[in-house]
Design a protein around this ligand. Structure first.
Ligand code: ADP
Ligand code: MG
Length: 318
């Protein structure tokens, strides 16, 4: 038996846990009320996952709950913001308690890691679609923008790239990969919040890799009006992606594929030691992959020489 709209909200999404005094009014009224301290900017972001576009029908609900929040927290990480509040607009074909229970579990497990409070949302019937709206705070003037990279800056990347792309190709039977880790990267991205927080006041530009490294670094290059050189051999690749590239010769995969939710950021060459000291205590690995120049293009250097790489990624409606 399906639940009614209000039973569903009450059973799966209302929680009394209070992490701080910032929520003046949570779920239950026409709007939530939150207090933001003066001196802080509110960072606000929204991402939607649509069945058949962002996930297959029949996808694991727990992973969807995790991912719907994770992709938003990744945007906040890329701004150097501390995640605080989220709302959830859920459209479902039917109110299936076992699906909802898994979804809520995946969502709240990640929310609890970062003390994010679900403060409201909307619930409607229709083709399955999940929209999370996340908000965080960052001291005024400290947010990490896409527009600040300067020639001479060093480019860094967290974690590894290409895994989610290989995971997606594996699910679509376009590639064979015996390593489940790539599927985990696709379905359970880990937002690099701790890194983002430590980049405040230090990184000159930052972006999260959702559309592919070339496309997302491309946004930084365009908005900063600069170019870049990347050393392909310095790219952090997992064993599975390395094996795939060796077997297929598809060396572009780590540059082309998205959904890894790593951070790509730049720092002035003079600040490299400070940066590495700040990141030293974190579990998230960071790798130096290239540098910013004035060329206006993205050039990739491999054994076989340097070549200009297209800055395109996945675009809806194209
Ligand atoms: P309204 O009709 O005023 O938009 P709703 O009846 O849609 O309000 O929602 C009632 C309350 O439940 C609101 O506080 C809303 O924010 C919250 N809510 C609705 N759906 C969700 C959801 N999926 N997750 C969390 N809160 C929700
Ligand atoms: Mg409503």
């Amino acid at each position: 038996m399906g639940l009614s709209e209000f039973q569903l909200i009450e059973r799966f999404f209302v929680r009394n846990a209070r992490y701080d005094g910032s929520v003046d009014l949570g779920i239950g009224d026409d709007a939530a009320l939150i207090s933001v301290n003066p001196g802080q900017s509110l960072a606000v972001t929204t991402d939607t996952l649509v069945e058949g576009v962002h996930f297959f029908s029949g996808a694991n609900p727990e992973s969807l709950g995790h991912k719907a929040l994770a992709v938003n927290l990744s945007d906040l990480a890329a701004m150097g913001a501390e995640p605080r509040w989220a709302s959830l607009a859920l459209t479902l074909p039917q109110s299936d308690p076992s699906w909802l229970s898994g979804f809520a579990q995946g969502l709240f497990e990640l929310a609890d890691v970062w003390a994010v409070r679900l403060i409201g949302g909307d619930t409607t019937q229709g083709p399955r679609s999940i929209t999370v709206h996340a908000m965080g705070t960052v001291p005024k003037g400290d947010a990490l923008l896409r527009s600040g990279a300067r020639p001479g800056d060093v480019i860094y990347l967290t974690g590894s790239v290409g895994d989610a792309g290989l995971g997606l190709m594996t699910e679509r039977k376009e590639a064979e990969c015996g390593d489940d880790a790539v599927l985990r990267r696709l379905h359970r991205p880990d937002p690099r919040i701790a890194v983002g927080l430590r980049l405040r006041g230090l990184a000159t530009a930052c972006i999260d890799v959702s559309d592919g490294l070339a496309a997302d670094l491309g946004h930084v290059l365009r908005l900063s009006q600069v170019g870049a050189v990347i050393d392909w051999h310095a790219l952090p690749l997992s064993a599975a992606v390395k094996a795939y590239v060796d077997e297929t010769g598809d060396w572009e995969l780590p540059l082309r594929c998205g959904d890894d939710y790593e951070l790509c950021f730049t720092v002035a060459a003079a600040d490299v030691a400070t940066l590495e000291a700040r990141l030293a205590g974190l579990p998230d690995p960071c790798t130096r992959i290239g540098s910013i120049n004035g060329s206006g293009t993205l050039d990739v250097v491999r054994d076989s020489g340097a070549m200009e790489f297209p800055l395109s990624g996945y675009e809806h409606f194209s």
